[in-house]
Ligand binder design. Structure first.
Ligand code: SF4
Length: 394
C-alpha cells in the first residue's frame, strides 16, 4: 500500500471514509465524488485513483497501460448543427468544408492499412450527403479490402441523425450498419449531459437520454462502445459527477462500455473562451482519478494524449488511467480547435512514453484483446499473441 493511501486511511484524515470505500471496493456516491473534487489534496486523490485502478486490473496487470495502433478517418466536416464549442464542423463547403468520396475514404484506409494499423476510428459531421447508404457502402468497401481492421465508427449522435434522416429506429440503423461492417462505437457526442450547460452551448443534438439509449441498444445488439465527457464548456463539478453517474447507471443496465474518456475543450475558432473556465492540469488529473473511482463498472479509463498532451497523459497514468489511446495517424478534430500536440505518435514513441512513466506498454485491439506486451516478440499481423489468448478482454 502506498504511503499517501495509508495516511488517507487514518481516521482523522478528511477523506478517510472515501479511502476505506475505495480500498474495500465499495461504490462511491454523489457526495463522495463532490468531496473529492472539492479537496485540494491531489496526492491523496492520485493514490486513491491508483488504488481503484489496481483493484480493477488485478495484481497481474496493475502496471499494464494499453495503446492501439490505429488511424482516424473523418469523412466529412460539414454539419447541420452549430455547437458553440466545436471548431471542427464547417457550415459550408466554401468555409473549408469537405466530404470525402468513396475512393478517397478507401485511399485513406489503404494508407493506414499499409502502416499496419488494426483499427479505423471513423467519425464525422451530420451531413445529409453522408446518409446511411453512404456509410453502408463505405463500411462494406473497407471491410472487403481490409477484413482484419476493426471498424469503430458512428457516435450516438450520428446514429440518431441517420435514423431521423432515414425515418427508421435506432435499432434498425445500427443493424444495417453492423451488417455492413460496423464493429464498435466510439463515445463522442456525450459532451456534458446537463441540459442547462447544453443550452448555453447551443447543443441541440442528441440529449443524454437518447445518447444512453443508443449505446444501450448497441450493447444489446452485441457491439461494444466507449463513453466520453467534455469539460471546459461551463460545467460545474456537480454536472461532471451527474454525468459520470448517468453513465454508471447505463453500464449497470447494459454493460457494453469498454472505456471512459475525459476530454477537454479547445477554443480556437470558437467564441466561448471568455464565458467558461478552462480546465487546469489539476482539474484534468482529478477527472481521471475521480472517474476511475466512481465508474467502478468501467474496465478502463483513458488518458487521451492527443488532448492532454504527452506529458500530462503520462502523469495521468499515476492517477488511475490505464490507456493512452492510439498512434492515430492524423487527428483533425482537436487540432482544428488549436491543440498543439503532435498529429500522430509512432508505436515506439507511445511505448517510450508509457515505459518511462514506470508502466508496461501493452498493445491492444479495440476490445482490449492483447496483441503484444512490450518486451515480448511481435505478434503476426492481425492475430493476438499467444500470451494474449489467456488474458484477452480484460
Ligand atoms: S460537435 Fe458534432 S454535432 Fe456539434 S457542430 Fe461539431 S460536428 Fe456538429
Amino acid at each position: 500500500m502506498s504511503l499517501p493511501l495509508e495516511k488517507a486511511l487514518v481516521a482523522s484524515h478528511p477523506l478517510s471514509d472515501i479511502a476505506s470505500k475505495v480500498v474495500d471496493g465499495e461504490r462511491l456516491c454523489f457526495d463522495d465524488a463532490i468531496r473529492l473534487y472539492q479537496s485540494a489534496d491531489l496526492v491523496t486523490i492520485a493514490a486513491l485513483g491508483c488504488q481503484a485502478r489496481r483493484r480493477k486490473a488485478g495484481p497481474d496487470k496493475e502496471k499494464w497501460v494499453y495503446y492501439i495502433h490505429n488511424m482516424h478517418l473523418n469523412p466529412t466536416n460539414l454539419c447541420i448543427e452549430n455547437c458553440r464549442f466545436c471548431s471542427y464542423a464547417s457550415p459550408t463547403e466554401k468555409n473549408k468544408g469537405y466530404t470525402l468520396p468513396l475512393d478517397k475514404v478507401l485511399e485513406e484506409a489503404a494508407a493506414g492499412a499499409a502502416l499496419g494499423i488494426n483499427e479505423i476510428h471513423m467519425v464525422g459531421g451530420l451531413n445529409p450527403a453522408c446518409d446511411l447508404k453512404y456509410y453502408e457502402v463505405a463500411f462494406r468497401a473497407i471491410k472487403e479490402r481490409f477484413r482484419h481492421i476493426h471498424l469503430k465508427s458512428m457516435t450516438a449522435v450520428e446514429i440518431d441523425y441517420l435514423s431521423r434522416l432515414e425515418g427508421i429506429s435506432y435499432s434498425q440503423t445500427l443493424e444495417r450498419l453492423i451488417a455492413a461492417g460496423l464493429d464498435s462505437m466510439p463515445g463522442g457526442g456525450a459532451e456534458i449531459f446537463d441540459e442547462s450547460v447544453r443550452e448555453k452551448m447551443a447543443v441541440k443534438k442528441t440529449p443524454a437520454s437518447v445518447y444512453l439509449e443508443i449505446h444501450g441498444i448497441a450493447h444489446n445488439l452485441g457491439i461494444k462502445s466507449n463513453a466520453t465527457m467534455l469539460t471546459g464548456i461551463g460545467e460545474s463539478i456537480e454536472h461532471k459527477v451527474d454525468h459520470m453517474l448517468r453513465l454508471r447507471e447505463q453500464q449497470d443496465r447494459t454493460g457494453g462500455f469498454l472505456c471512459f474518456i475525459p476530454l477537454k475543450c479547445y477554443y480556437e475558432g470558437t467564441d466561448i473562451k471568455d464565458e467558461v473556465q478552462e480546465p487546469t492540469g489539476y482539474d484534468l488529473l482529478k477527472d481521471v482519478a475521480i472517474s476511475r473511482m466512481v465508474l467502478d463498472n468501467f474496465d478502463h479509463i483513458k488518458a487521451y494524449w492527443i488532448q492532454l498532451g504527452e506529458k500530462l497523459a503520462q502523469i495521468a497514468l499515476s492517477f488511475g488511467a490505464d490507456d493512452m489511446d492510439g498512434t492515430i495517424g492524423q487527428e483533425k478534430i482537436t487540432h482544428a480547435a488549436g491543440a498543439d500536440t503532435p498529429l500522430k505518435l509512432a508505436k515506439e514513441s507511445m511505448e517510450y512514453l508509457i515505459a518511462s512513466a514506470g508502466y508496461i506498454p501493452v498493445e491492444r485491439d479495440t476490445v482490449y484483446n492483447v496483441r503484444r506486451i512490450a518486451g515480448d516478440k511481435p505478434c503476426a499481423s492481425g492475430t493476438p499473441c499467444a500470451c494474449a489468448q489467456s488474458s484477452a478482454s480484460v
